[in-house]
Design a protein around this ligand. Sequence first.
Ligand SMILES: Nc1ncnc2c1ncn2[C@@H]1O[C@H](COP(=O)(O)OP(=O)(O)OP(=O)(O)O)[C@@H](O)[C@H]1O
Length: 215
Amino acid sequence: MEILLDSVFLTFGSKEVLRGAHLRLKKGKITGMLGRNGAGKSCLLKVLTGQLYPENLYIGVDGKFTKDLFSVPGLINYLPQHTCHPNDMQLGRILSLYGVDTPGFMTRHHHLFADAGLRFDQLSGGTKRLFEVLLLLAADTHFTLLDEPFTHIMPAHIAYVSDEIRRCSARKGILVTDHKYEHVLHLADTLYLVFDGTSKIVEGRDDLVHYGYLR
Ligand SMILES: Nc1ncnc2c1ncn2[C@@H]1O[C@H](COP(=O)(O)OP(=O)(O)OP(=O)(O)O)[C@@H](O)[C@H]1O
């Protein structure tokens, strides 16, 4: 199964942000996306998830034009850049809304979350992020799109999340964009660099230096 996003042209007023960007996501694979600040990574994710309407766009699922990826049941879930769950909701309630088995989740991650009865706002900033990433990975969708999953997370937990991303990629396609580029580089089966309004498949550090993402 694959999702193809192609020919994305996006402008804000006279500012051209994307000029023909594309992305291909495959089930069973991890796709990494890097790019300088302001390159358009989050915009591309917002286009993919129907939050921004560009001048031009093609989205296909297995070669079939699809206007709205969320209209296909169980196709995708998406973690935006900022935490997005209600502060007064208990973790167990959030898990059940995503169809995740709460006891199974709490047992697996018992060293991270003490109790499913905790409210979301009782978690620290980094623990909130950790919970959201693991929640979306655990949910039963074909694809998970993660915008900055490593932000606010301490190194030991980044390694844990990376392992979970790798483990869950056996049953879903995962898109990861984050400025902790070493982790993205290490995880990605295919790596895109958003550059000059387009997206290019790059191979490794040398390409990232060449395009000015790394020094
Ligand atoms: N609603 C908006 N109105 C006008 N300009 C916008 C809007 N949203 C994004 N932009 C501009 O589009 C460009 C791409 O923004 P985007 O947030 O996609 O960058 P990014 O690659 O995710 O950057 P970062 O790594 O800093 O998060 C930026 O120049 C930004 O200022």
